[in-house]
Structures are given as C-alpha cells and as structure tokens.
Design a protein around this ligand. Sequence first.
Ligand code: SAH
Length: 358
Amino acid sequence: MEEKQDLLSLDKAELETLLLSIGEPRYRAAQMFSQLQHGRAPEEMTNIGKQTREKLAAVAVYSLPRVRQKLVSALDGTVKYLFELADGHCVESVLMHYEHGTTICISSQVGCAMGCKFCASTIGGRVRNLTVSELLGQVIAAARDSGERIGGIVMMGIGEPLDNFDNVVKFLQLVNHPEGQNIGYRHISLSTCGLVDRIDRLAALALPITLSISLHAPDDETRSAIMPINRRYPIAALLDACRRYYAKTGRRISFEYTLIAGKNDAPEAAKRLALLLNRSLRTRTESMPIHVNLIPVNEVEETGFQRAGKQAVARFAAVLEENGIRATVRRKLGADINASCGQLRRADLKEKNGENNK
Ligand code: SAH
C-alpha cells in the first residue's frame, strides 16, 4: 500500500492532483488549500461533504504538532512550546513578542548533526529531518494555541535548516503563500552554521529572506575547535559565499557571535573579527551592510562552557563599533523558562530515559 500523503505538505498544484485522483473536481483544491494552511483539518471544513472527506482520509492524513509542554515567561511573556510530532519525537518552538509584532523561532530537524561544542541540540546527534508539514505545523499550531497573528519567523531552533534544504525551501514558499500564513520573506530569517554549497543553492533561488551566519570566532583555529563544520568550510570560503549571497539577493547578512568566557571573548578577538569582516566583505567597489549579534553563551550542563561576563561583552561590542562594525547584544527573552534552544527537549529526553536531571 502506498504511504498516505500529508495534506499540509502539499502545494496547491499537488493538492489538486491528489483531489483529481480520487475523482474530486478541480475547484476543490482552491476550497481546501487555504483552510489547510490555517490549521483546519478536513473534518472541520463545513464546505466539504462527508463523502469527499472519507475518500480523502483513505489516501491522506492531516495532523498538527501536539502541545506536549508550554512554558510562559513571567518576565516578558515569551512562550516556549515543546511540540510532539506524530511519531513521538519532540521539537521546540518559541513565541517572542516584539514592539513590531510576534515572531516565532522554529526547529528544522529532530536533533542536529553539526556537532557545535556549545550547543544542546546536537548532543544526541540528528534523529531526522522535519517534514514540510512539521515545519509549517509549528507556526500553525502556535498561532492556533496562542490566538496570535504571527508576523515573523526565525529558523534558529533545533537543527541545521540548510541540512534539510528541500523541505525548508518548500516550507518557506508555503508559509509565504498569500492564501496561507502569508508571512513576508522580509520577516523571515534563516540561521546557518555555514554549509557553503547550500548557501549558494539558496542564493540561486533569490528569496528575499535574511541570512544569519553563526560565526562565533574570528579565525579558523578558534572556530574549528568549537564548530566542526569549519574544517569542511573554513571562514574564507564561508565569507566568500556571503558575498555571493549579498550580490545575488541584496539582502544584508547578520552574523551571530556567541561569547564564551576565555574562548572567544577577548578584546583582541573583537579586533580580529572587525578586521576580518571589513577586509573580506568591504571592498572599494561594494560595501556590504554588516551586523553582528552578540549572544552571551547559554550555559548547557553537558558542554562546560561559561558565559562571558557583562564587562567582557560590553567591551567586545565597543571594540567592534570602534572598528566600524555595528553590533548589538542580544536581549535575552524568556530567561526564566529555559527559552534557549534544545534544552527543553534534552530535559524531556532525560526524563524519558530516567536519567537524573539535576
Ligand atoms: N543550525 C543553525 C541554527 C540553529 S542554532 C545555526 O547554527 O545557525 C541558532 C543559534 O544559536 C546559532 O547561532 C547557534 O550557534 C546558537 N547557539 C547554539 N547553542 C547556543 C548556546 N548554548 N548559547 C548561545 N547560543 C547558542
């Protein structure tokens, strides 16, 4: 028997093909697409007859991630969801409230294969990619649960989005669809540890999303020590890809820099970082707008890394600014609910495995 199709993963043409294959008229796809993309299951569609629903149920499924745990920050209203997927695996999403609206941070994979030394999400490796339906499902389920209109997306949750390239691209196109969630590409950012070949593939599509690069170090030696991907794609190759991305899309690129005490937080590191970005990305003929986000590392029990002190962070930012690089220190949202990524899933896994979770 053929596997059932997942309705939320289908674009309009695919939905039409499926509906035609079970003898439904062409206009049915137009009737259903928008409702599916807004979280309504076929059973809930009052304009679809019982017979159609039964035929559809024989060849397709519809499901949204289930809220397994929900934590609301008493400090700033940030909401963290632990979503359970159809096969029991869990991922995290975070709703953040800004002056300009609500943004959701979503996961792209169950676990992660990249092995960054400071990160909680990669500790158990990559379990699997999320499907298009599960990517969309996080946005839809959070919107339904919270009753809020979600205006922006950051792909900075669990997983490496460019390691799940095809599903992520289809997700971006569907979540941007005017009859769906209709979230503008300019309100979507995608964060990557630096898969150079995939950055080029993404650039070729010219979607006007914002690219965020997890840089975290000003030189190859330091970067390779905390991010194994740097051995495959060293800094020079990564920054070249950034230039190509900018040339193709005209979108500014932001750089993430996690500050770890004693590893990458010295003023000299800031100086080297400024030099590196200025030399690599600013030539006489083109001057790329650059922005650095400084994030004091979230301490993860298993990694042993400690966050840089307040003074070191302020100093680091000042040195960047003095050298012509705009920098902001990331405001920490949801500090009381462990809102940084991967940690809730880890805690849940530990509990399932009966580990002592101090
Ligand atoms: N795989 C993608 C996106 C997920 S991680 C990437 O690497 O960009 C989102 C951001 O959080 C990345 O910049 C990542 O390096 C950073 N990050 C991971 N663990 C962290 C921690 N313990 N403290 C602070 N930032 C962390």
